[in-house]
Design a protein around this ligand. Structure first.
Ligand code: SAH
Length: 502
């Protein structure tokens, strides 16, 4: 197994990395760096799904957490795997929610490594107790209200919160209590605290899904919080804040719901591009599930000298990236396109060209092959290069040949199936929207999964819609502008129309 440590080969080692409370924006720079370098990533349930997006394509990604009450990977097995991979020379990232040393068993695992003589690094993460509170406008300390904060956990037994906890000491603690415990334990927990002398009228708040788009907060008192959180239906993961600071939620709540608040959208495009669409959706308040169904693989097809052509057509941003990679590999740059008219199929492709210093001469109004043909109506050309994906539609080359041009098609990349991560399959089935950005995303997604019964199917345009219908699916939303911005606009419009109707 290869190992990469800051670019150099090295002996195996382990990094305990905190992935933060859930919002992928709260991953640290060092966490992202190590995720990108790792040979092996052993991850838990509560990490942001997006955290793995930057992993190497050939990295081994292993889920070693608890599965919602069901099967789980025993601690010894996780530690054995970690030791085995590190001994084999791998850089192992042990990725944990929040901070690895706050209720994350990171300390135990580090002791095992020390005993085995394996070097390790610890990358702190933003712990949920502080982050979820802050995200709900609750500062865990506040001048005049709390000058100390206690982070507390116990075994999850709703009947009796851990006997190991000193309830009298917690009741007397002069500051904020933050419990990392399920909502189900709240009735017993609050009863114990009140019994031990904590004032029943003290402010208390539960923050569920802290820092995530679906974050919810309930503010009540120590006496009433259990019942109120239950009736509001707050679920895991959640923290409970007890103390005067909890009441600041009412004044300092700062998150404003975006137009897609409460909406879950699954994204099937390739991982490399899924993230930007997912980030756009999240910024609008949606929960985005990255479920890449395809992967882009460069082909070995020869790129002819570009000087031979008077028109070069590019039909995707991927095509642009790979074209420039090929040019760079033979010592060329954007000037190779100097003699040709450059046509881009749509604004995404044009944007990718612009990033390489080339302004497209032709960009159609309709972002499909037929649109590009219309846009080329007034353009003179005799030798055309179409740089695109393998097995794309032949509409464009056929029509340009029919106009008398000599057309060469070079396949720069191939779209292959990306196996769906089993951990995201249940979330996809429950998504409100499932988005498809190309026919290949449709084919490859449907070869291993199916949309949920209540999920609305979103298509980027007519070609993708036709493929969806061929596969027996109804298209609920079709973008009128056939690019990513258009897709997002269409989802917002559909959601608004449905909310208004409801
Ligand atoms: N090492 C983690 C804690 C692991 S224990 C950290 O430092 O945050 C898991 C508990 O953390 C959950 O039961 C819940 O109480 C809390 N938690 C994790 N993520 C959370 C989130 N996004 N919002 C609220 N609580 C969260």
């Amino acid at each position: 197994m290869s190992s990469h440590v800051d670019g150099k080969a090295a002996a195996g080692r382990v990094a305990f990395v905190g992935a933060g409370p859930g919002d992928p924006g709260l991953l640290t720079a060092r966490a992202l760096e190590l995720i990108a370098l790792a040979d092996v990533i052993l991850y838990d349930r509560l990490i942001p799904r997006e955290a793995l997006a930057g992993a190497r394509a050939d990295a081994e990604l292993r889920y070693v957490g608890k599965q919602g009450g069901g099967a789980f990977v025993p601690q010894e097995e996780t530690e054995a795997l970690m030791l085995e991979r590190a001994r084999a020379g791998a850089l192992v990232v042990r990725l944990k929610g929040g901070d690895p040393f706050v209720f994350g068993r990171g300390g135990e695992e580090a002791l095992t490594l020390r005993a085995a003589g394996i070097p390790f690094e610890v990358v702190p993460g933003i712990t949920a107790g502080i982050a979820a509170a802050a995200s709900a406008g609750i500062p865990v300390t506040h001048r005049g209200l709390a000058s100390a904060v206690a982070l507390i956990t116990a075994h999850e037994d709703p009947g009796k919160p851990d006997a190991a906890l000193d309830w009298a000491a917690l009741a007397a603690f002069p500051g904020t209590l933050v419990f990392y415990m399920g909502v189900r334990t709240l009735p017993a927990l609050t009863a114990r605290l009140i019994e031990a002398g904590r004032p029943p009228g003290e402010p208390a708040a539960v923050v569920a899904q802290g820092t995530l788009p679906e974050q919810r907060t309930v503010l009540a008192t120590l006496e009433t919080i259990a019942a109120q959180a239950a009736s509001a239906g707050l679920g895991a993961p959640a923290i409970t804040v007890i103390g005067a600071v909890a009441a600041l939620h009412a004044e300092l709540e700062w998150r404003t719901p975006g137009p897609l608040a409460g909406v879950t959208v699954a994204v099937t495009r390739a991982r490399a591009q899924a993230s930007s669409l997912a980030a756009q959706l999240r910024a609008l308040g949606a929960r985005a599930i990255e479920a890449p169904a395809i992967r882009i693989v460069a082909t070995s097809d020869e790129l002819p000298p570009l000087g031979e052509f008077d028109l070069v057509c590019l039909t995707s941003a991927n095509g642009v990236e790979l074209l420039f990679e090929r040019l760079a590999a033979r010592g060329e740059d954007a000037r190779a396109l100097a003699g040709a008219v450059v046509a881009a199929i749509g604004p995404g492709t044009a944007r990718a060209l612009r990033e390489h210093g080339v302004i497209a001469d032709v960009v159609p109004e309709r972002f499909v092959a037929e649109g590009l043909l219309d846009a080329l109506a007034g353009v003179d050309f005799s030798r055309v290069l179409i740089a695109r994906a393998a097995r794309a539609r032949d509409v464009l080359p056929d029509a340009l040949r029919a106009r008398g041009a000599v057309v060469e098609v070079v396949s720069l990349y191939e779209t292959v199936a990306e196996p769906l991560d089993p951990a995201v399959v249940p979330a996809i089935a429950e998504a409100d929207y499932l988005s498809f950005t190309s026919s290949s995303t449709v084919r490859f997604f449907l070869s291993s999964a199916a949309p949920g019964p209540a999920t609305r199917i979103v298509s980027i345009g007519p070609v993708t819609s036709a493929t969806l219908r061929e596969h027996g699916l109804e298209v609920n939303v079709e973008a009128t502008r056939h690019d990513i911005d258009g897709l997002v606009e269409a989802i917002i419009a559909d959601h608004e129309a449905r909310s208004a109707a409801a």
